[in-house]
Design a binder for this molecule. Sequence first.
Ligand code: HEC
Length: 317
Amino acid sequence: MTTTRNRRRTFPWQVMLTTAVAALAAMPAPAAAQAAANDEVTFTRDIAPILQRSCQKCHQPNSLAPMSLIDYEEVRPWARAIKLRTGLRDKPGVMPPWYIEKDIGIQRFKDDPSLSDEEVALIARWADNGAPRGNPADLPPPVPFIDVDQWEIGQPDLIVSSPSFDVAGDAPDWWGSIGEVPTGLTEDRYVAAMEYKEITESSVGETRNTVGGLFVVHHATLGVTDPNPDENEDDPLAAQRRWPTHEVGRNADVFDPEAGKIMKAGSKLQFNSMHLHANGADTRAHLDVGFKFHPRGYKPTRKWVRMSFGNGVDLDI
Ligand code: HEC
């Protein structure tokens, strides 16, 4: 029982008091009522901060999850589903979708959104108790969401737009190439960070309120041509290999500062492997790819190498 308490408020004497009073079950005990009231898990005080930290990046109107989890009214109908999904821990379907086991391997990750055992238990207790709202005064201020038009990497030095594509509201999924676009670079530059944005140019009809409902690109792989391969390199085509893929909901990619990725003068971006899907509306869209460069004169001190091992699913890296 004690593990189901919020750590902040777990005082041994409180546990003992509650247990002791519970043992005198039949007696009306004002002290017990008082303890229970203080101890009630509420949305405003206990649950909202968890949702802000670990859920709202996706569960908000402009993101990819199927429903928004910001206001109590939005969250309340999902209380039981939230208990179920957060309780899955490292199993498929867990929320937040973070499958790192808690008892083996590396545990410290940047921006780790996963929940502690105490938080999972707190959510379960809240749901089992009828998901009470609590005191509105306890509600933390809302977290600001990054504007969808804003670049996480900061204003890019170069933005390359893919060719536009049309996806009818009821079209079947489509895989293929939409062609290539010159980067316009007249000198070699090293890329420090990059980011994709799907831009809707027009949308006619109702988009579906489902995963990816705001988007028509499921994923896109990017090729960067190398018009001038360095034959002395171990891997002469290293410059054009292995650029990050775009997927719905993907964060920006920031490369190791010592291993900037070269993009050469006269190169082109190739959008050779797209997966498009209908979102209910007749949609015309394109991808914008933003690049941040290292300063001119930068030279990497580390090399990119290709390594293949495992299958990427069974590994905790
Ligand atoms: C990285 C994005 C992301 C984060 C973070 C995230 N979710 Fe989700 N959530 C999704 C997506 C996508 C779906 C739909 C796919 C699915 O059902 O698994 C979903 C589905 C759900 C569902 C099931 C909805 C249904 O139709 O039954 C619940 C409940 C849920 N999320 C709760 C949460 C909670 C609570 C958190 C935080 C503790 C959270 N999610 C964090 C993306 C996210």
